[in-house]
Structures are given as structure tokens and as C-alpha cells.
Design a protein around this ligand. Sequence first.
Ligand code: MF3
Ligand code: CO
Length: 262
Amino acid sequence: MSYGERIPVKSRRELEVMRVAARHVAEILMELRALAAPGVTTGELDAAAMESIRRRGVKSSFKGYGPHGLPAYPAAVCISVNEEIVHGIPGGRELKDGDLLSMDFGVHVDGFHGDSAVTVPIGTVSGEARALLDATRDSLYRGIDQMVPGNRVSDIGHAVQQRAEEAGYSVVKEFVGHGIGRSLHESPQIPNYGPPGRGARMRPGMTFAIEPMVCIGESDVEILDDDWTAVTADRSLSAHFEHTVLVTENGPEILTKVDGSH
Ligand code: MF3
Ligand code: CO
């Protein structure tokens, strides 16, 4: 894990653009949440996202995204159900009562990206699933709370891990949060675990996407044959929450939050 590279600090003008991109992300995720129900397919949710992207005149950060070695990601939303952790590809799967639905979504506007994810219950879910959701969201917020000037980058992951593990859950180690701005993924990498007090000190103007993935069972990951979908090796339930967050003099400002957001 490298904490070495320079972490971009955004100017006030750049931050105004990031706020706009992030607000589109938050609003479109709210639209998708309103549509998600038993009988709806994951492909229909992705189509709704594409339509909203078009209407707003923004661009998908995910569609066509291809880190080397992987086929380009084919959709605008990563949709991961139940034991799927992240990077699920939308398609013909119909949601059903009791499912845990994770939607991860990003857009860029005038050269700046926003990125956010939420996990929601479909119909009535088990108490066990509900508790996992609550702890995972809470672990995201514990991480965000660390985003004050002077704290170090690894303080974020330490707080996330502590919250998830005190609830008896495990954190996924294969995927990390990240700096975000002119690129969807920029320095630093932000693991959801580890000791505090390491890495760069946070400064006002840094923007990070914090994204804990938390599992009821073991956190070992398997990748399905589509080369993208990550599932828990033990097929236990997993949840994922993410926000794009700015470090300010006064503490964290969550850019991907509108009324009603996670
Ligand atoms: N939020 C995820 C991330 O930051 C999703 C991006 S992967 C993509 O890694 F392929 F869908 F773009
Ligand atoms: Co992300």
C-alpha cells in the first residue's frame, strides 16, 4: 500500500465543480432508490440511471472504465445483491423481497468526478441484514469523522474497521477508498482497516471517496466469471456504503449528500 504520492488539494473553483458533480450523484442515487422494488430488474435501474445522466447532461464515471487487464465496465451503476460485495453488473436479475441491494454510482461534470454507494433493503429484510446495513453505514460515518485537518489518512480506515469489528463483522481488504477529483481514482488509497497515525496528514481541499464493504461472515473475496462481480467466498451477506467527502477547516463536508441520502 503506497501512501507516498502527492495528494491533490482542490482550489475553491475546482470544489464548486466537484460539489455540482457530487450533487448529481446523490440525486440520481435517490431516484434509483425510489425505483428499487421487488420485480424490478437491475438492468432497469441502470437504464434509469443512464436516462437521468442524459437528461442532466453529465457523464458516467463508470461506463467504459477499464483498469488495465480488465474488460471495460459495461454499465453506469454497479449493482451488487446479497453476497455480492461490489462491481456487480446490472442485467436481467429481478429484485425480490428480502434482498440487500447495493448501488454504486459516479458521474463527472466539467472534468471532476463524484462517487457514492448505498445499500438498501428490498421489501422486508431479516433482522440480521438490517443490523449489517446499520453497522456498515455507521462505519462509513466513523471514517468520515476522522477527516479533519491534521489527522492522518490511516485514521480513517482504523475507525471504519473498529466500528465494523465491534459489531462482529469483517471488512473487505481487497478494495479500498480513494482520492477523487480530476480522476475517479487518485492518491491516496484508503483501506478500510489498519493502524491509526500513518500516511499523509489531511489538509483542507483534499477530497476522498470513503467506501467500507462489510460482511457478516468472512471477508475473503471471489471474482465471478464476468471478471467484475466480487462476492464473499463464504456467500455471506455484504453491504457497501460510500460518500465523496471534502476536508475543510471545520471538518468533513459530505459532497454526495442531499436531503434523504444515506
Ligand atoms: N465506487 C467504485 C470504485 O471507486 C466503483 C468504480 S468501478 C467501475 O472503485 F468499474 F465501475 F468504474
Ligand atoms: Co469509489
